[in-house]
Design a protein around this ligand. Structure first.
Ligand code: HEC
Ligand code: HEC
Ligand code: HEC
Ligand code: HEC
Ligand code: HEC
Length: 394
């Protein structure tokens, strides 16, 4: 199996004229925005620049003075850490492409704190500072809730809400389009004539995966699963209890030196893993039993990795192999089985999630890189007579 390295910054792009800009040199508006840019900036081509609503600033802290619960839940979410998070910083600092910031630090006002101007897709913002109070808020309330100087709410605003601040209804708020502006986008594509462009190959494909799923057909959208009862914690791949509920594993010998590893997802509206291309779920097969998730696999005899691999040059990218658990297209359960070679009999297994590009994780604590979700015992082969070898439960 060839292992495609889904580099976010195809190196050849360098030779094709990526611009290096210092903080002072960053001009106002990015020139890469196509004339037919969608109402919401997609693909990270533009910064988001809502005018602040009358009487309120753009800061989440302002909203938090009244919306305490929403603010507390959002503060603990990946959205709030989208810029300040050490995992993002570790991958961005070595190659500080302005493109990344339009999703991870989306407000133009936040970018000014960090760059002195707005992010330019394709440009290397080598003099970026860490920024102030606005930048520390990452994907903040105003990104989703402020349009043209007014607050927006998914339904008709209550009287209480109208009394508190100017606010209008925008049903688009609870649709997938809002999420798609950042959760659906292609690889970069650099050509001599266009030093920064986007290709046709999806880098994150979550919204397209959802469109073909049973959930989408049943009218269950991103917010229904990720914002139950309006909650703002946005649980996802970093929510270990939620992942444990969504996944189950079955491991069984499938021949003299092969083991079948079946991973099942439940109640998911897209592939798993989805989103960032470095994300992967690994079932390690061990020569011994494991008692708990903190028990290390001392003798790894084989491995099943559920992920996508990519390959490409600066011109064209493609998925080489897609070994993720597919989105359920009927009912709520989907599964993928990988048959993996083992160099010795396997007795135990562990399932772990890894979030990041291994090349960026050296300086990070292990808990920022990934986590073991579950351990179990390898079951008896299907044809084993129960009298010879009773199946081992997990
Ligand atoms: C990533 C986008 C996003 C961010 C960031 C966000 N919201 Fe929301 N918010 C939504 C969506 C979508 C809804 C509608 C949810 C639904 O349809 O159930 C919503 C609903 C609400 C509601 C309506 C009441 C309710 O219980 O449903 C309030 C109040 C609110 N948000 C406040 C905030 C505040 C305050 C912040 C920042 C601390 C914030 N939001 C950050 C997307 C966001
Ligand atoms: C002075 C207090 C105050 C501030 C500051 C404030 N809000 Fe509100 N907001 C309210 C009250 C009160 C309501 C109505 C009750 C509720 O939904 O919590 C409300 C309702 C809302 C709603 C839901 C509309 C509805 O019909 O219930 C949204 C969305 C919202 N606010 C977003 C924001 C955002 C985003 C900010 C920051 C830019 C913000 N609010 C700042 C007091 C405030
Ligand atoms: C302005 C861009 C933007 C928008 C709009 C946006 N997101 Fe996100 N979202 C991000 C970024 C960036 C991250 C990753 C932050 C990090 O970890 O560095 C993220 C992370 C998440 C995660 C957590 C993933 C994990 O691995 O834990 C979930 C779930 C999520 N978003 C759901 C949504 C939903 C649902 C919507 C629409 C209501 C939405 N997002 C809208 C940019 C956005
Ligand atoms: C039927 C429910 C459902 C729907 C619909 C759904 N998701 Fe998810 N999503 C999940 C579950 C379950 C997980 C696994 C982890 C968790 O629950 O926290 C997940 C994980 C994620 C992650 C983490 C990525 C990873 O693999 O680590 C992101 C990002 C995400 N969803 C975004 C979205 C977006 C954007 C949409 C809409 C296009 C959406 N989801 C629709 C249930 C759903
Ligand atoms: C079009 C929007 C967009 C652009 C552009 C973008 N990202 Fe992201 N990024 C996201 C979203 C959405 C997620 C969350 C997906 C998930 O949870 O799987 C994410 C997740 C990540 C994560 C994982 C964070 C974690 O803690 O798990 C890293 C690291 C990251 N991005 C770095 C970058 C870098 C570096 C660039 C530029 C080369 C970049 N991103 C460009 C939207 C974007």
């Amino acid at each position: 199996m060839r292992q495609g390295r889904p580099s976010r910054w195809p190196l050849a792009g360098l030779a094709l004229g990526l611009v290096v800009v210092g903080a002072r040199a960053a001009p106002g508006a990015p020139s890469a925005a196509p004339p037919d840019a969608p109402a919401l900036p997609g693909g990270g081509l533009q910064a988001w620049r809502p005018a602040p609503p009358a009487g309120l600033g753009l800061s989440a802290a302002d909203c938090g003075t009244c919306h305490r619960q929403k603010h507390a839940a959002w503060s603990a979410s990946q959205h709030a850490g989208a810029w300040s998070d050490p995992a993002f910083q570790a991958s961005w600092r070595p190659w500080p492409n302005g493109w990344c910031l339009n999703c991870h630090l989306p407000l133009a006002a936040q970018q000014v704190e960090v760059l002195g101007g707005e992010a330019i897709p394709g440009a290397l913002h080598t003099a970026a500072r860490s920024g102030g109070a606005l930048a520390a808020e990452g994907v903040s309330c105003a990104v989703c809730h402020v349009r043209d100087g007014a607050l927006v709410s998914a339904g008709a605003p209550s009287r209480l809400a109208r009394a508190a601040h100017p606010i209008a209804a925008d049903p688009a708020l609870s649709g997938a389009e809002l999420c798609a502006a950042c959760h659906q986008f292609p690889f970069q594509n650099h050509t001599p004539r266009h030093p920064f462009g986007l290709s046709d190959a999806p880098l994150q494909d979550t919204v397209a995966e959802w469109r073909g799923s049973a959930a989408a057909v049943a009218g269950v959208g991103c917010a229904d699963c990720h914002m139950p009862r309006g909650a703002h914690g946005f649980p996802g791949g970093h929510d270990l209890p939620a992942l444990r509920r969504a996944l189950s594993v079955e491991v069984r010998p499938d021949g003299p030196s092969t083991v079948a590893v079946r991973l099942q997802s439940q109640g998911v509206g897209h592939k798993l893993p989805t989103g960032d291309p470095f994300r992967r779920l690994t079932v390690q097969l061990c020569a011994h039993r494991l008692r708990s998730t903190s028990d290390p696999c001392e003798d790894v005899v084989g491995e099943a990795i559920f992920r996508k691999t990519f390959e490409g040059t600066e011109r064209a990218w493609a998925v080489l192999e897609d070994l993720t658990v597919p989105a359920p297209v009927e009912g709520s359960v989907a599964e993928r089985t990988l048959n993996v070679p083992v160099r010795a009999p396997a007795l135990g297994w562990s399932l772990r999630i890894d979030w990041l590009d291994p090349a960026t994780t050296q300086a990070l604590p292990p808990e920022a890189v990934g986590a073991v979700l579950e351990v179990g015992a390898v079951e008896a082969p299907r044809d084993a007579s129960p009298r010879d070898d009773p199946p081992v439960g997990r």
